[in-house]
Write a protein that binds this ligand. Structure first.
Ligand code: FMN
Length: 405
């Protein structure tokens, strides 16, 4: 999903051994839809070529403080960007930043930056622990510079300790966090996703085929459209979208506890998880053995109804999902009414082209006031953006109607 579509990143690369890792960072940023412009220090060119970075970023690399054409790249490049990432951030460049020194194109950009700056320090552990570096980082933090890492571990110089640059994925997540958590937050949205797992014994569970894709897409879309997102997820193989707080759970009871705790503080609750309606009345302490019996009888007891319970909180807008294999609209209208929801999104899971496990979905949205919006087959990510936009419109309408005249 292009979480960072339209965002512009200025990536400052300095002369550290970790410079090669910024190739992967550029790839992650571009895959998420961000535009990347690279500015390098002269020392960085000892570690990685401008050609590599120009090819990966798809744009000419900025290197010259005094270009022949007379352009003022140190001002225009930061003016055009939403975020400046410094990765790797050498001890030298951090010291220059703290001292306000502007002796190359990158340090000029850093001094001219009115945009957020995210630094990923990378250096030998002795350099990192030196009181001068520690004081510089402290000063920069106090001035509002954001930091990610460094990690502790084995270093290229053969020593082990703090100073290793954070993984590109971690830098990407911090960057996305800064870009997607705008000053103006709409509120907190709690989303449940994926299946639940009900234990039968220590090695077996009752579960379902939900992949979690729809819930994860909703979480990503909500973060992009201004929400602080708490994603309560059953076991899935997906990575959480950037700027989303993940709360992993297994059973329906665990999901219920987390949902209740989070929803009490939230403004909107979206129940997208495929929660098991029933669970075994008890989980066997030891693995159930084949003992020559022809059949094994399980007694199932109902799980708590998460969405209905949360919809009872009149402080949250409650949105439910209905996965049906027949009578889609009819069952969904019934569920909307009996569970007291503000909106239900019904999808047909009998088709292999949409619904569980597939990349696409088609759905019918039914609102409390009877309004219906049909969403034709589309990618789950696109559908998630449509659904969150509809939720935002609904909340905007409600707040206009309740505003004093
Ligand atoms: C092989 C080698 C690896 C280096 N790795 C680092 C490093 O990881 N971190 C660091 O702060 N300095 C490192 N240095 C030292 C910097 O390259 C040096 O301080 C340089 O002036 C940094 O310039 P810049 O901050 O303008 O890019 C390394 C030097 C060499 C020769």
């Amino acid at each position: 999903m292009e979480y960072l579509k339209g965002k512009r990143i200025l990536l400052g690369v300095t002369g550290g051994i970790a410079a090669y890792k910024c190739c992967e960072l550029i790839r992650l940023l571009r895959k998420a839809g961000a535009g990347v412009r690279v500015v390098m220090t002269p020392a960085a060119e000892q570690f990685i070529t401008p050609l590599t970075l120009a090819t990966l970023s798809g744009a000419e690399v900025l290197r010259d403080l005094f270009p022949s054409g007379g352009s003022v790249d140190h001002i225009s490049s930061v003016r055009e960007a939403d975020l400046l990432i410094l990765a790797p951030a050498t001890a030298n460049t951090l010291a220059k930043m703290a001292g306000g020194i502007a002796d190359n194109l990158l340090t000029c950009c850093l001094l001219a930056a009115r945009i957020p700056v995210l630094a990923a320090p990378a250096m030998n552990c002795a350099m990192y622990e030196n009181p001068a570096t520690a004081a510089n980082i402290r000063t920069l933090r106090e001035r509002g510079v954001h930091f990610v890492g460094p990690d502790v571990g084995w270093q290229a110089c053969g020593e082990s300790g703090p100073g290793r640059m954070s993984a590109p994925e971690a830098i990407f997540r911090e960057a996305a966090d800064l870009l997607l958590r705008p000053g103006q937050i709409r509120g907190t949205m709690v989303i449940t996703a994926g299946p639940t797992e009900e234990p039968l014994d220590p090695v077996r569970t009752l579960t379902n085929r939900s992949s979690g894709r729809m819930g994860y897409a909703l979480a990503g879309a909500a973060a992009m459209l201004g929400w602080r997102v708490r994603l309560i997820s059953g076991p899935v193989t997906l990575d959480p979208p950037p700027a989303v707080d993940l709360i992993p759970v297994r059973t329906a009871a665990e999901m219920m506890d987390a949902a209740w705790r989070e929803a009490k503080e939230a403004d909107c609750f979206v129940g997208c998880a495929a929660v098991a309606d029933f669970r075994p009345d008890h989980a066997a302490r030891n693995k159930i053995k084949k003992c020559g019996e022809e059949s094994l009888k399980l007694t199932l007891v109902p799980n708590p109804d998460i969405i209905r319970t949360i919809a009872g909180l009149d402080t949250v807008l409650a949105v439910g999902f209905a996965a049906e294999t027949e009578h889609l609209a009819e069952y969904a209208r019934h569920k909307l009414a009996t569970k007291d929801l503000d909106l239900i999104v019904a999808n047909d899971v009998s088709s292999t082209e949409t619904g569980f496990g597939s990349e696409d979905n088609a759905a019918l949205m039914i609102f409390r006031d009877g309004r219906e919006v049909s969403l034709p087959r589309m990618r789950k990510e696109d559908m998630a953006l449509r659904i969150i936009s509809e939720i935002n419109d609904l909340l905007d309408r409600q707040s206009r109607e309740s505003a004093p005249v």
